[in-house]
Design a protein around this ligand. Structure first.
Ligand code: ATP
Length: 252
């Protein structure tokens, strides 16, 4: 399917007086991976956070423009942020499991929603952990603390926690930058499997990672979207000089 699931039109974001996003127009079709790259401070994380209203939690933020998820204005007064964050889940740079068991981490969202059917919860735990490619490693320890896992395992449990509430879009903010190379490649493999079923948007500093996993890559600089294209075009034949300079390591 190639219909647009998420659209951003003329998006500006201000932290107080400072304009961090300067009129972003960027759309996402259903399924696949889009990487957001660019030098430090260019607004990648800020942009990612606007997509499930995480910036609402920061004081003094002003947002103008339009973001639509399946045609509905994400910032409409009637929009339900709890529902939005279920449909558009987020995985952070530092794995952030709750200080509960692996099982309770994965079912956290369902339990909050009032689900009590143990058979259903068991099934969701297994399915989500399998999708996150960590089931085999944790299946005999489901009722032990998630904090006892390695960083890479914790991050895959966090991905399972997002998957358990059946999102359509998964946002990831540098999900491997705190992990060792083996754990990072396990996360990359997990995302490559998930790309068939979910729309994935990942902020990464790691250009090789973007080139390995992303179908599409968007290059940001100074709060602007400079260019977005198929990943191979961005890396092999960018349209903009700024993109070429960044990709070839001339700055950033
Ligand atoms: N909570 C905040 N309050 C004020 N300014 C902020 C806040 N968060 C980010 N900024 C500023 O907004 C700009 C964009 O930051 P952002 O973190 O989105 O960039 P980034 O491209 O993700 O950077 P990095 O790659 O270093 O994480 C920066 O100038 C940053 O200092």
């Amino acid at each position: 399917m190639s219909e647009e699931i998420l659209t951003t039109q003329d998006l500006h974001l201000y932290y107080g007086e400072k304009e961090a996003l300067k009129g972003i127009n960027l759309n996402f079709t259903d399924k696949g991976i889009t990487a957001l790259i660019g030098p430090s401070g260019c607004g990648k994380s800020t942009y990612l956070r606007t997509l499930n209203r995480m910036n609402d939690l920061i004081p003094n933020v002003t947002i103008t423009g339009t973001i639509k998820f399946k045609g509905q204005d994400l910032y409409a007064p009637s929009a339900d942020t709890v529902q939005i964050r279920k449909e558009i889940g987020m995985v952070f740079q530092q794995p952030n499991p709750f200080p509960f068991s692996i099982y309770d981490n994965v079912i956290y969202g369902l339990r909050i929603a009032g689900e009590k059917d143990k058979e259903k919860l068991d099934a969701v735990v297994e399915k989500s952990l399998r999708q996150a490619a960590v089931w085999d490693e944790v299946k005999d320890h489901l009722h032990e603390s998630a904090l006892a896992l390695s960083g890479g395992q914790q991050q895959r449990v966090c991905i399972a926690r997002v998957l358990a509430v059946s999102p359509e879009i998964i946002l990831l903010d540098e999900p491997t930058s705190a992990l060792d190379p083996v754990s990072s490649s396990q996360i990359e493999a997990t995302l490559l499997n998930l790309r068939h079923d979910y729309t994935i948007i990942i902020v990464t500093h790691n250009l090789q990672q973007a080139s390995r996993i992303a179908d599409r890559t968007a290059f940001f600089m100074n709060g602007e979207l400079i260019e977005v294209d198929q990943t191979k075009n961005i890396f092999m034949n960018p349209a903009q000089k700024q993109t070429e300079d960044y990709i070839s390591g001339r700055f950033g």
